[in-house]
Design a binder for this molecule. Structure first.
Ligand code: HEM
Length: 460
């Protein structure tokens, strides 16, 4: 029996403006009417701003790849939302500044570096597994647990050593709070109010950002000037080199460290949380995953094991299809263009919405069903490379895609050897989105220890 995970009700047609804005503030996934899951392009004018959604491989390719320079600028909402946290970090910069930072940051987590970065993933997962053994039978908040583990991973790889659980937990909590607060700024930015006007919650947002800044600045200080001066770390490399011959300023390094922290921990945490949830609801898929990971015979999964974790990878790929951590990617048009016969004015917002594209009725078979087999050899696969874009596409594609995939596979394979997770009975799970897509505010699940599948019956 295939499993269809929950999704918000789809209205038959687009809500009137006020209801649309109210719904969007609660959950950006709840605004899309049923017909948008089969349209190839559509648009609206909302509060005088033109919005166009590229919902076909052709339009995604035109806007995000072929004409990327014209659409490289992030939307004003995204820039407003993230500026207090990451300043001029590459995630929200554009033009020459983005190019300079991208050149400096992208090589840090390039696929060629994974053999040296992956041990930190294995270590963080192994420690988490030991912690779970002590708490066997208890209920945990999987979302927070995965957030702390992936914050651990990013700290170890980017900052060169283990930051301590307290630091990781502080950052995870502050990020959660930050997300909840910035949801409330969107409306003002959409109305086109200028930056200098004080925002509701502006002070709480700044306080939250300050807590995150304090942790990152302390880590950087230790690395650049303190006791850990001699240790190798990616941040140290960044401080000494911008890949163009000029060193980045301390502030630029701090902002990029924050970008890596922000972009690199919550996305992977959400993916893992969703994967645990999906596995708990689909006994057959869970059993196949167990059969595969048990071939490691109780050993933590390492980089060298990746080729034999093919089904684990398919589970992660299918999780990213159904619950893309960045479900809406928006850009501002620099100059006017025509996209699929529609005139797009300068300043219009053009969107790629993986939430729609990944569940699109024209490109996917059983789009709402959890079917990891589609990603297995011989499966139906990705119908079109522009229709599966969990890491975006084009020049602004995620620099940590290979890192994130490797991390989620190794962590899931290590932890799933020791435990299966069971949802608190009656707990309502619903995908919600402010900045990233999560299974609600928390995900309470019980840690159930498990015995490995006997080798003789392994058949993946
Ligand atoms: C499952 C894990 C991940 C997913 C699904 C993901 C997804 C994405 C997406 C969709 C974007 C583009 C956002 C937009 O255009 O609005 C992006 C950008 C970015 N990601 Fe990731 N990401 C993941 C993990 C990571 C990791 C582990 C790192 C670093 C260690 C990272 C670093 C970045 C950076 C630096 C950018 C900005 C790139 C630019 O603007 O040029 N990501 N990511």
């Amino acid at each position: 029996m295939s499993y269809i995970p929950p999704f918000p009700p789809r209205p038959p047609e687009v809500y009137p403006a006020l209801r649309l804005l109210r719904t969007a503030r609660q959950n950006l996934l709840a605004i899309w009417p049923e017909p948008t899951f089969s349209k190839e392009v559509f648009g609206h004018t909302l509060l005088r701003r033109q919005i166009l959604v590229c919902n076909s491989p052709e339009t995604v390719r035109q806007v995000f790849v072929d004409d990327a320079e014209n659409f490289e600028r992030k939307s004003p909402q995204q820039r407003h939302a993230l500026r207090p946290l990451i300043g001029d970090g590459l995630f929200i910069s554009d033009g020459a500044s983005w190019r300079e930072r991208r050149r400096a940051v992208a090589p840090l987590t390039h696929v060629s570096r994974l053999p040296e970065l992956a041990p930190a993933m294995t270590e963080a997962a192994t420690e988490r597994l030991s912690g779970w053994r002590v708490r066997a039978g208890q209920e945990i908040d999987v979302l927070a647990e995965m957030g702390e583990m992936t914050a651990d991973v990013i700290c170890r790889t980017i900052f060169g050593s283990e930051p301590g659980h307290a630091a990781a937990a502080t950052v995870v909590r502050a990020f959660s709070e930050y997300q909840a607060l910035i949801g409330q700024m969107d409306l003002l930015s959409l109305l086109g109010l200028p930056d200098f006007l004080p925002r509701l919650q502006g002070r709480r947002i700044r306080d939250c950002a300050a807590r995150i800044h304090a942790v990152v600045s302390r880590l950087m200080d230790e690395i650049l000037h303190g006791a850990r001066r001699g240790e190798a770390s990616l941040i140290r490399e960044l401080a000494g080199n911008d890949a163009g011959g000029r060193a980045l300023s301390v502030e630029a390094v701090r902002n990029e460290a924050l970008v890596l922290f922000m972009a690199g921990h919550e996305t992977t945490a959400n993916t893992l949380a969703w994967a645990w949830f999906l596995l708990s609801q689909d006994a057959e898929t869970e059993a196949r995953l167990h059969a595969e990971v048990d071939q490691l015979e109780g050993r933590p999964a390492t980089y060298a094991d990746l080729p034999r974790l093919r089904f684990t990878r398919a589970v992660i790929e299918e999780t990213l299809r159904l619950f893309p951590p960045v479900p809406i990617q928006a850009r501002e048009a620099r100059q006017g263009r025509v996209v699929a016969g529609r005139t797009v004015a300068a300043g219009a917002i053009v969107m790629l919405v993986p939430w729609l594209l990944h569940r699109h009725k024209l490109w996917w078979d059983q789009p709402d069903t959890f079917l990891p087999d589609r990603f297995m050899p011989g499966g139906s696969g990705v119908p079109n490379r522009y229709a599966y874009v969990p890491f975006s596409i084009g020049p602004r594609i995620c620099t940590g895609a290979a890192f994130g995939l490797t991390e989620t596979i190794l962590c899931l394979a290590t932890l799933a050897q020791g435990f299966q997770l069971r949802l608190r009975p009656g707990w309502p799970v619903m995908p919600t989105c402010r900045l990233t897509l999560r299974p609600g505010e928390k995900l309470p699940m019980r840690l159930e220890p498990r015995q490995p599948v006997a080798r003789a019956v392994v058949a993946v």
